[in-house]
Design a protein around this ligand. Structure first.
Ligand code: FCB
Length: 449
């Protein structure tokens, strides 16, 4: 197949750079009540009226639980050498503590076998937002005990699978769990309590630290780290108010998670602006959180464009907006990476994996073809941004496109398509989009440099 958007021949990545695609359990697996899986907060949330735009849920999703072999064949056909996916905690430990579900572990074992057969490295995420409902019934991430349960689960996965996977990330985007799950209610469990969100963010970080210790203790050979969603915060104008607000936005979103992990403290600018009596941090917590990582996963979609005017100024969007309404702003990716490198290099910043980057577009399947030129252009520009950051000295080892295939996009349901592969949900038929062919050929071309 040919592409209308020409491939950038100027981009040369190192020969050991890892190319991958990413998914998460609840978004693709389906088989919600199969083989002993317990319910998670996303089952509860999606089955509550009014929470998901199209009223859908992940009961079936892409039926990956049953079609994983075909999906791994497709991953291999993309030429990538790595696959990032998450383990559903309630599939392997239905109550979130206590008994393990062997059938759940068996599924991931089969998946790992299939990946190994195709020479595809597995990059596992332990928590991509699907907390076992039983733990939620006991307070979820507001309950400090959840952090201890998470560490037990992490160690068990590392003990069983540590030698079969390339990396294990504790959390995916704790910012979302805290702020969308507990702060504004867009995501499960659907609370609207910013103060709770603060406490939750601390417990998530604590759980990360406890899990790191527990996984190191079982001597997992896998690389261990965390995945954070990040953005640069740019003031809409040069006004002091916009600048101050942008600084605050960066502090509460990016530094709020980076600083405890890498510096062992919360960012002062954020602490100054919040009522510290509202959240409880035990004396040793920051020591537990502040541990050396083997990698940092960075997910990038959009910059924050910060305006204090009323109504707020909007970004111009020179390159357009995605189907999510997110501004296409590749420069934000290089700005972000270069900024992280500058700020955290002296604090043991490990190699960076770009664990997610991608876009939703209103794709149509016509004559067995999905002509998503806009995604090709998006990919091309964002890969150029990654290359630029690397030229500036940022240590980036891998890039994972989000997502392998269209899937259940949380509160947007199935309406938003992020995949390189189109999924017809009525038939579960998969069709490679033009962007899939482009990515495949791009990776192939890299091999010849
Ligand atoms: C990220 C999530 C991922 C997907 C993309 C579009 O925030 O980690 O599951 O929903 O956004």
């Amino acid at each position: 197949m040919t592409n209308q958007v020409s491939m950038s021949t100027a981009l040369h990545f190192p020969s050991d750079f890892t190319w991958g695609v990413a998914t998460s359990a609840y978004q693709i697996e389906g088989a919600a009540a199969v083989d002993g899986r317990g319910p998670s907060i996303w089952d509860t949330f999606t089955h509550t009226a009014g929470k998901v735009i199209d009223g859908s849920n992940g009961d079936v999703a892409c039926d990956h639980y049953h079609r994983y072999a075909e999906d791994v064949e497709n991953i291999a056909a993309l030429n990538v050498s790595a696959y990032r996916f998450s383990i559903s905690w309630s599939r392997v430990q239905p109550s979130g503590h206590g008994a393990w579900n062997e059938k759940g572990f068996d599924f991931y074992s089969r998946l790992l076998d299939k990946l190994a057969e195709k020479n595809i490295a597995a990059h596992v995420t332990l928590y991509h937002w699907d907390l076992p409902q039983v733990l939620q019934d006991n307070g979820g991430w507001l309950n400090r005990d959840t952090a201890s349960h998470f560490a037990v689960y992490a160690a068990e996965v590392a003990r069983r699978f540590g030698a079969r996977v390339a990396s294990i990330a504790t959390h995916n985007e704790p910012w979302c769990t805290a702020n969308l799950g507990y702060g504004n209610g867009q995501f499960a469990p659907g609370f609207k309590d910013p103060v709770a969100a603060l406490q939750v963010s601390h417990h998530l970080l604590l759980s990360h630290g406890l899990a790191m210790t527990a996984m190191r203790a079982v001597k997992s050979p896998a690389k261990l780290g965390i995945v954070l969603n990040q953005w640069t915060a740019m003031p809409a104008t040069d006004s002091p108010a916009d600048k101050a607000e942008a600084e605050w936005e960066y502090a509460r979103s990016v530094q709020w998670f980076m600083d405890p992990i890498f510096k062992g403290s919360y960012p002062q600018i954020a602490l100054d602006r919040m009522d510290q009596s509202l959240f409880i941090v035990f004396e040793n917590d920051l020591k537990i959180i502040h541990q050396k990582l083997d990698f940092l996963g960075v997910n990038y979609y959009v910059r924050a464009f910060v305006s204090t005017e009323n109504p707020p100024r909007k970004p111009e969007g020179k390159l357009g907006f995605t189907d999510m309404g997110w501004e296409i702003y590749p420069q934000g990716l290089s700005d972000l990476l270069i900024g992280l490198h500058r700020e955290y290099q002296e604090y043991d910043l490990p190699p960076i994996y770009i664990t997610e980057n991608g876009m939703a577009s209103a794709d149509k399947l016509e004559d067995a073809k999905v002509d998503d030129q806009i995604r090709i252009e998006y990919l091309n520009r964002h890969l150029a941004a990654v290359a630029h950051a690397m030229e500036q000295g940022v240590g980036i080892r891998s890039y994972f496109y989000w997502s392998l295939m269209d899937n259940f996009e949380w509160n947007s349901g199935y309406a938003k398509r992020f995949g390189l592969i189109y999924v017809d949900y009525a038939t579960q038929q998969r069709t490679m989009k033009e962007s899939a062919y482009w990515y495949r050929d791009f990776i192939e071309a890299q091999k010849s440099f």
